[in-house]
Design a protein around this ligand. Sequence first.
Ligand code: ADP
Ligand code: MG
Length: 274
Amino acid sequence: MIRAENLRHVYKSSSGDKVALDGLNFSIEAGEFVAIIGTNGSGKSTLAKHFNALLLPTDGKIFVDGLDTSDEKNLWHVRENVGMVFQNPDSEIVAAIVEDDVAFGLENLGIAPEKIRERVDLALDAVNMTDYKKFAPSKLSGGQKQRIAIAGVIAMRTKIIVFDEPTAMLDPQGRREILEMVKRLHAQGKTIIYITHFMEEAAAAQRIFLMEGGRIIKDGTPREIFTDAREMKRLGFNVPVATELAERLRRKGFKLPQKILTAAELADALNKLK
Ligand code: ADP
Ligand code: MG
């Protein structure tokens, strides 16, 4: 579905070249949920922009749905297949009324007006924002704006959705809502690529890419990635709170399994010790 071959990206500027992606090789299957974590400047956003040809490789290639993104005749099909949700909801809102904002991408696809209305209604329903249809986006909270941005992508019916730190500017409640929505989209069969610096969110994915200095230095399941809490700390990452707590309890002599990711798993494991 998505395949990168020696993908490189170099930003050129008067102050010198910056290698942002340093030869990435990976493939992502249809329907996978991949989280991308990495310290600031490790290349996550640069990679995100290669999935829908907002940026093109300096070297190497990336194929989306089998199509080389750098081939101009594929651009339309690539963009039709990949929806993007970015960090700052304010920069994504383009219209003065919620329903027009959700319809924006569809109007550009030349879809009939009654079909557009139908799709917009379904998308607003999917993000629980039907009541806000006639609202001005400026009146909404950050979390609600982000849900509108997601509705816009849902309405486009892309197979792949790329999220670049969509919850970074939200409060915990807003974050939970967005993550629930992402999980639901995955359950419906979408391919999800989800950049985050919240380890609890990354733990919800099936697979994690850990980026450092423009490379993917780890590629594994959340259990594989987070099990080694010490190694993660060394790399400058936290592990999910439940993983950390299980680790501390183990050091105090509790006989807990090695691979705990969630509060529910920890509660179950402790319950078994009773
Ligand atoms: P991340 O999203 O992981 O924080 P980015 O992909 O935004 O990382 O950036 C990767 C590297 O590329 C950083 O060193 C950053 O400073 C640099 N970079 C990002 N965008 C540009 C740009 N438009 N011009 C020059 N350098 C850039
Ligand atoms: Mg970024």
